[in-house]
Write a protein that binds this ligand. Structure first.
Ligand code: FAD
Ligand code: NAI
Length: 475
């Protein structure tokens, strides 16, 4: 006899586990199925984000930033160190502990919210009267019935055509987080978010890092002025970034990896590195779901086709997160998970795609929300811009980190904020104010009139808002 649940969620990444918890809060009986295994073969809920994404990458970014501060910036504060060293094994162990705390946290939340967790692979069997039969195969082997099913199966790293990840020398995000010793030389294909974050980790620890990017522009999705500033900072730190390249052959040898490529001028070049990280985007994951057999519609990229409210073409089947259209971000997946649970309950779940923040956790950090200046120009919008450099911010000076700026873009007539772009210290935290402001349809004057604590980095936000009206007080 199959167990029946009101809602079955397949995948316990940020999209899935949050959907399961919200559905349980709303009074449904909920099962969540996830197949991720920890090193001991036990359950490791949290998906890409917790196991090989957001959380471990930020743990390593933090460790490597401490190392960089100790090696380059402590002396400015009068702090002397006899001998600085890095124990990579210990750093990785700490990262694994942080990951496990998050895995355990999710298992605790499932218990607290009475979500039944099944460790194994979930796949569609058939539609049955009043729902869907879902098979679980793995540590748990059962057949369940869900009146409603939420698919949150995430994404996988995209490989270069014909170049498989061996996770020893040719690394995806997974191997990039497990490198056991600082490589002398590290190559990266793709200067997107993963490339810049993982490149920063290993550069800070002493690797010579070369980034090969296909596009002729650096960080094309970022506001041009901000991307330019970031490029300047990364280059100064020693990151070698080659734009407009075409990667040809990639060969793994005993000694390392050889990459043949043509540069922006078409010149043939060879790069030899100890390790290569390929970070050229991710592909939606529907492996093993048995999607075709039940007629679940996928698009040409392999993403599950959904409407604006995350409904698939099958009745009672929803999909959220990386496996559907839209930015591949943990917080976007979470918001969709909450919205779907609320829609199942007959409520009006809502995700505002115009105010989803982006953060790149490099140093300087890059964060933005809303439209870039180039997007505004492209749509012929009348806008005003205001910028304020961290160089003129007292807290940034005290921190010893004055790189970058805050930039506001506001409607020329109504003054409504259209976009906020930050490159600089703690941009990841500063952007939250801009997200709230845009969600409440604030004007730049609203921010300019709000009292901000002194001395704080957030004063740069206020000053950038003042700059829209050409009335900065401290610059
Ligand atoms: P996932 O997190 O991929 O979870 C899917 C889960 O479903 C997995 O546990 C998988 O095992 C399971 N699963 C798949 N198929 C089945 C099946 N048939 N049966 C059972 N289980 C199944 N985003 C941010 O917002 N901020 C960041 O700082 C950030 N950093 C990142 C760093 C890296 C290196 C990477 C790779 C990604 C990062 N991301 C970040 C992106 C973020 O990880 C994803 O957007 C997010 O994890 C998507 O959540 P999801 O729930 O859709 O899928
Ligand atoms: P990405 O889409 O951010 O960047 C991929 C880069 O590779 C692009 O610049 C692209 O032009 C380039 N590229 C593509 N094919 C290429 C080729 N053949 N040769 C050279 N360059 C090529 O993808 P990335 O870095 O793999 O990350 C995947 C996703 O994971 C991100 O888009 C983001 O959604 C998520 N992520 C989010 C983070 C955050 O929020 N801080 C951190 C890391 C990942």
């Amino acid at each position: 006899m199959s167990k029946t649940f009101d809602v079955i969620v397949i995948g316990a990444g940020p999209g899935g586990y949050i959907a399961a918890i919200r559905a349980a809060q709303l009074g449904f009986s909920v099962a969540c199925i996830d197949e991720w295994k920890n090193a001991a073969g036990g359950p490791a809920p949290g998906g890409t984000c917790t196991n090989v994404g957001c959380i471990p990458s930020k743990a390593l970014l933090q460790s490597s930033e401490h190392y960089e501060h100790a090696s380059h910036h402590f002396a400015d504060h009068g702090i002397g160190l006899e001998k600085l060293s890095i124990d990579v094994a210990k750093m990785l162990k700490r990262k694994d502990t942080v990951v496990k705390q998050n895995n355990d946290g999710i298992l605790y939340l499932f218990k607290k919210n009475k979500v039944s967790f099944f460790h194994g692979r979930g796949s569609f069997v058939k539609s049955v009267d009043g729902g869907w039969e879902i098979a679980v195969a793995g540590a748990a082997n059962e057949t369940l019935v869900g009146k409603q099913v939420v698919v949150a199966t995430g994404s996988n790293a995209r490989a270069l055509p014909g170049v498989a990840f061996d996770e020893e020398r040719i690394l995806s995000n997974d191997g990039a987080l497990r490198v056991g010793a600082v490589p002398k030389t590290l190559g990266l294909v793709g200067s997107g978010v993963i490339g810049l974050e993982m490149g920063s980790v290993w550069r800070r620890l002493g690797a010579e890092v070369t980034v090969l990017e296909a596009l002729p522009t650096f960080l094309g999705a970022v506001d041009e002025q901000i991307a330019k500033e970031a490029h300047k900072a990364f280059t100064k730190q020693g990151l070698k970034i080659e734009l407009g390249v075409k990667v040809g052959g990639v060969k793994s040898t005993q000694a390392g990896v050889t990459i043949e490529y043509s540069d922006a001028k078409g010149g043939a070049k060879t790069l030899e590195v100890d390790k290569l990280i390929v970070s050229i985007g991710r592909v939606p994951n529907t492996t093993g779901l048995n999607a075709e057999a039940v007629g679940l519609k996928l698009d040409e990229r392999g993403a599950i086709v959904v409407d604006a409210e995350c409904r698939t073409n099958l009745p009672g089947v929803w999909a959220v997160g990386d496996v559907v259209r839209g930015p591949m971000l943990a917080h976007k997946a979470e918001e969709e998970g909450v919205a779907v649970a609320e829609r199942i309950a007959g409520q009006h779940g809502h995700v505002d795609f115009n105010t989803i923040p982006w953060v790149i956790y490099t140093s300087p950090e890059i964060a933005w929300v809303g439209e870039t200046e180039q997007q505004l120009k492209a749509r012929g919008a009348a806008y005003k811009a205001g910028t304020f450099p961290f160089l003129a911010n007292g807290r940034a000076r005290a921190l010893g980190d004055t790189t970058g700026m805050v930039k506001f873009l506001a409607d020329a007539k109504t003054d409504e904020i259209l976009g906020v772009h930050i490159v600089g210290p703690m941009a990841s935290e500063l952007i939250a104010e801009a997200v709230v402001a845009m969600e409440f349809k604030a004007s730049s004057e609203d921010i300019a009139r709000i009292c901000h604590a002194h001395p704080s980095l957030s004063e740069a936000t206020k000053e950038a808002a003042l700059a829209v009206d050409k009335r900065t007080l401290n610059f």
